[in-house]
Design a protein around this ligand. Structure first.
Ligand code: RET
Length: 267
């Protein structure tokens, strides 16, 4: 079996399965476009020092939109309907890949992590230090995972071992995030409404980032056409919550901070 092939290519799909995946991917990129409009429209609702947050969210939305669009095209191109079997079957000369998605993480994850550092109040040096720690662990996590995913259709043990190594660094990211959010949700100088949002962001962060691991483990949980549908569902929910809902919650926090701490009013 080919080492590079991802599990999606190993099955044929009923029309319901095929279109569910197709619609999930389309939903994904449509929501990113919607998010972009939201982040553009709210730029002026915060004081100047928070505006970089809107720019970072914009970058996340554009890159996620593009990449989910290509992911959707890759799905549409790889499978054709066979009238005889009433199934969508993979064309012999095409493969579907999740690589667009994984490439997207290279851009989006560092952006998502630095976003939080602009919502809380930090000295520039401290901000840089935290971000470097984030990026180091994130790079280690991704590189180890990158090796692991080559085995997803062939060697489950290898997939799990590389995944476990990768998880060590993921736990470090969770630890840092928890520390930042815990410290700041106790800080009296932050408006109470914003502090409450910071607390909720921790829950959202933990759940939505963990969903990516569930999707990664799908070949182990259910190596089937239904497993593929569930995997794309999990990816879509994770994408919408970790990028769009997260971004909106951060915006809400800084809108409150601008208004209540600085008396900022939209001119
Ligand atoms: C992998 C491999 C298995 C071990 C772990 C993983 C974690 C992945 C995560 C990805 C988050 C991605 C985000 C993307 C947003 O654009 C790589 C699946 C721990 C946490 C937030």
């Amino acid at each position: 079996m080919n080492y590079l092939i991802s599990m999606e290519n190993l099955f044929s799909y009923s029309p319901i399965q095929y279109f569910t995946v197709s619609h999930l991917l389309a939903l994904g990129f449509a929501v990113m476009l919607w998010g972009l409009v939201y982040f553009l429209m709210t730029v002026r609702q915060t004081s100047a020092k928070y505006r970089v947050l809107s720019a970072l969210s914009g970058v996340v939305m554009v890159s996620a939109f593009l990449i989910l669009f290509f992911q959707w095209q890759s799905w549409e191109n790889a499978f054709v309907f066979n009238e005889l079997t009433w199934m969508f079957e993979r064309q012999a000369d095409k493969i579907f890949t999740n690589w667009y998605r994984y490439l997207n993480w290279l851009i989006d994850v560092p952006m998502l992590l630095i976003q939080i550092l602009f919502v809380v109040t930090l000295w520039a040096a401290k901000r840089f230090k935290l971000w470097s720690q984030f990026v180091f662990s994130w790079a280690a996590m991704i590189i180890l995972w990158y090796v692991g995913q080559f085995y997803e259709s062939t060697d489950t043990t290898a997939l799990l071992v590389w995944g476990a190594l990768s998880t060590i660094f993921f736990l470090h990211i969770l630890y840092l995030m928890n520390k930042i959010l815990k410290d700041w949700s106790k800080d009296q100088s932050i408006a109470p409404g914003a502090r409450k949002i910071l607390k909720n962001i921790w829950i959202l962060f933990m759940i939505s980032w963990t969903l990516y691991i569930v999707a990664y483990l799908m070949p182990v949980i259910s190596m089937s056409a239904d497993g593929v549908v569930v995997r794309q569902l999990v990816f879509t929910v994770a994408d919408i919550s970790s990028k769009v809902i997260y971004g909106i919650m951060l915006m809400q926090a800084v809108i409150i901070r601008s208004k209540e701490e600085e008396g900022y009013v939209l001119s």
